[in-house]
Design a protein around this ligand. Sequence first.
Ligand SMILES: Cc1cc2nc3c(=O)[nH]c(=O)nc-3n(C[C@H](O)[C@H](O)[C@H](O)COP(=O)(O)OP(=O)(O)OC[C@H]3O[C@@H](n4cnc5c(N)ncnc54)[C@H](O)[C@@H]3O)c2cc1C
Length: 442
Amino acid sequence: MNGSNKYNSWGRYPNVCHTKVVTLPWCHTDFNSGIIEDESTCLVYGQGRSYGDSCLNERGTLIDSSCLNHIQLFDKEKGILRCEAGVTFDDLLSIIVPHGWFLPVTPGTRYVTVGGALANDVHGKNHHLVGSFGNHVTAFELKRSDDKTYLCSEKENPDYFKATIGGLGLTGLITWVEFKLKRIINSSISTQQKSFASIEQFFELENVDEREYTVAWIDTSSRGNKLGRGIYFTGEHAKEHPVSYSRKKTTNRSLNMPINLPNVTLNTFTIKAFNNLYFYSHQNKKEHSLSHYAPFFYPLDNISNWNRMYGKRGFFQYQCVVPIQDGKDVIVELLKLVSDRGMASFLSVLKRFGDIPSVGMMSFPRAGYTLALDFPNKGKRTLQFLTELDKLVQSVNGAIYPAKDARMSPEMFNQSFPLLEEFKQYVDPHFSSSFWRRVTSS
Ligand SMILES: Cc1cc2nc3c(=O)[nH]c(=O)nc-3n(C[C@H](O)[C@H](O)[C@H](O)COP(=O)(O)OP(=O)(O)OC[C@H]3O[C@@H](n4cnc5c(N)ncnc54)[C@H](O)[C@@H]3O)c2cc1C
């Protein structure tokens, strides 16, 4: 155990100091013998792939879950996996893919833990067909600060089940998770990509598409009748080839961002230039191809520490969801605002969520369009601009994703999560986060 500030979130903002970091495996420790002292609070840290402050606990204790790294059960016939919560998706892929199984849902990086995926109820490119990660979880164990443990499933302790999925790590320590895998017959992905000349064209395209995985990249520097142009990527697990799994570990990072780039490197000019280049280089690419699953699901994982590109001040990711009805207009308005304010975003992603209800009381995914934008942190100017975006999202009862957030107001948080008051009953009295104190003004 030691004090440390090396535990950051992916956006590297805010930069906070923790009083203590506990790295012991949970089975060798009790909350009441060392983790919790007096009025202090604690929070579990996975891989810190959340962008804002939901994985940070300023002036409190962090429990590093990396020692919870054991697989407990892998039923290769039924596709059921049970593992400790610090196991990463990267670790799992190298074990399950050779046996013809895949993750039921995966975010855009494989360097997340199973506990982190559950606590944020993460979504993937297949949300429109299968919902979010929590929809595939059959059971987990929750350890509370009074050292009581709860087996949670739809039938056992269902209230803790619903509060912990998407519960932002506030209901206690998740020790292990059991979930259902997806059968595949080939590890490759049959992909398609299509450019669209405007946001209106995107809505026409995605409306008819029911491929398994869908996502669009948007050129946020475009304006006028090209506003919202971009590339629509779709894919599905290849069926046409016999099994051709690689037994190699899937970690194959070829590039690294060795230093923080100076804050001026990513400015409006360079971001616009990147957007243009990206659009034109993909516009004429082959429409259909067969790809390894890693570049399809995790294009950024190839560049270690790519977040350093934003310099020491870090960056904000802004991810909202707006309902289908009225949502299209708001997406157009959001893109107009980005373009009018000259705030082009480096990486911008748009996707339709389906209507499978999320299990968690505080889950972010819900039917609608979700837009994710990245902005370098330029202090007050960026914060004011993001508040302007909030107003548009609020006007249609949309929501902001806590896993990406470092600045939303308590009012915006309240509006985003209608079951917030019910959820509060399940928050462990000794658990808290910088995010939680900020959005509940506590
Ligand atoms: C490049 C990139 C792409 C991404 N793409 C997506 C995407 O497509 N969809 C999506 O939904 N998200 C996406 N994310 C966000 C990421 O999936 C989530 O923030 C995820 O929760 C991070 O997992 P982690 O293990 O790093 O957890 P952390 O970020 O360390 O923690 C996240 C939360 O989980 C809690 N937690 C972690 N372990 C435990 C435990 N054992 N017990 C109790 N609580 C725990 C923490 O307290 C915290 O509240 C992306 C992130 C990056 C960097």
